[in-house]
Design a protein around this ligand. Structure first.
Ligand code: HEC
Length: 215
């Protein structure tokens, strides 16, 4: 009787140990208890342009051609905590910006203590450089003291640059590349030209320019 009990208890104990061992072994082996992520997240699909990337592909020249300085004046409100743009306006946290379009980057005539980062860039504020700068100041001039995150919307930047150009610069706008004007459906293009929201046209252009991306 005793013997039988011990045998049964022994087997019960033994199978418990085996079960425990197996479960810990399998969880270890399959890492079922640890959520693990694949080494590369997702995968690239060729020929697909994200809206971010697509917006970037519309050349700034195209956006400038349909930009609206009145809308740019509204965008400039994001800058007025640090900048004035009137003739003879005072420097604030940032320099006065009157006539900045086409002018030398970090020009000494502004009597502003520019960072070495911006002084080191060299050249003039042409439309492309202003566009890159306002998109991401820290990327354009790493170490700049302009603590402004940047404007992610390309149309906002185009409107703003065209507005800034009216503040003492009046540099002729660059010609829009012909290929893109042709790529936009005529209805959309004329809407953009007449100053209507250019979103449709630029999206169409982005889609059109995105298509040949497949290799
Ligand atoms: C938080 C304050 C701040 C804001 C907001 C800001 N800026 Fe600036 N900006 C600066 C400072 C500071 C500098 C000088 C940067 C340096 O020396 O590195 C500067 C420099 C510039 C320059 C270069 C001027 C030159 O003569 O080379 C331009 C152009 C400019 N800002 C445009 C803008 C525009 C347009 C906006 C709004 C979209 C804006 N900034 C928003 C602080 C600011």
């Amino acid at each position: 009787m005793d013997d039988r009990f011990n045998t049964i208890a022994g087997w019960a104990l033994f199978s418990g140990v085996v079960a425990l061992g197996l479960s810990s072994l399998s969880s270890h082996y399959f890492q079922a208890d640890k959520p693990h992520r694949p080494h590369t997240m997702g995968f690239e699909i060729e020929g697909v342009v994200s809206s971010e990337g697509g917006a970037k592909e519309v050349p700034i020249e195209t956006l400038l051609a349909s930009a609206d300085p009145a809308k740019g004046a509204a965008v400039f409100k994001k800058c007025t905590s640090c900048h004035t743009d009137n003739q003879g306006g005072a420097n604030g946290i940032g320099p006065n910006l009157y006539g900045v379009v086409g002018e030398a980057i970090a020009s000494p005539h502004r009597s502003f203590a520019f960072s070495d980062a911006l002084k080191g860039v060299g050249g003039n504020w042409d439309f492309t450089k202003l566009n890159d700068w306002l998109h991401n100041p820290k990327k354009f001039a790493p170490g700049t003291k302009m603590t402004f995150a940047g404007l992610s919307n390309a149309e906002d930047r185009a409107n703003l640059i065209v507005y800034l150009n009216t503040q003492g610069s009046n540099v002729p706008l660059p010609a829009a590349p012909a290929a893109d004007a042709a790529a936009a459906p005529s209805g959309e293009a004329s809407a953009a030209a007449s100053g209507a929201p250019a979103a449709g046209a630029s999206e169409a252009a982005a889609a059109a320019s995105g298509e040949p991306a497949k290799k």
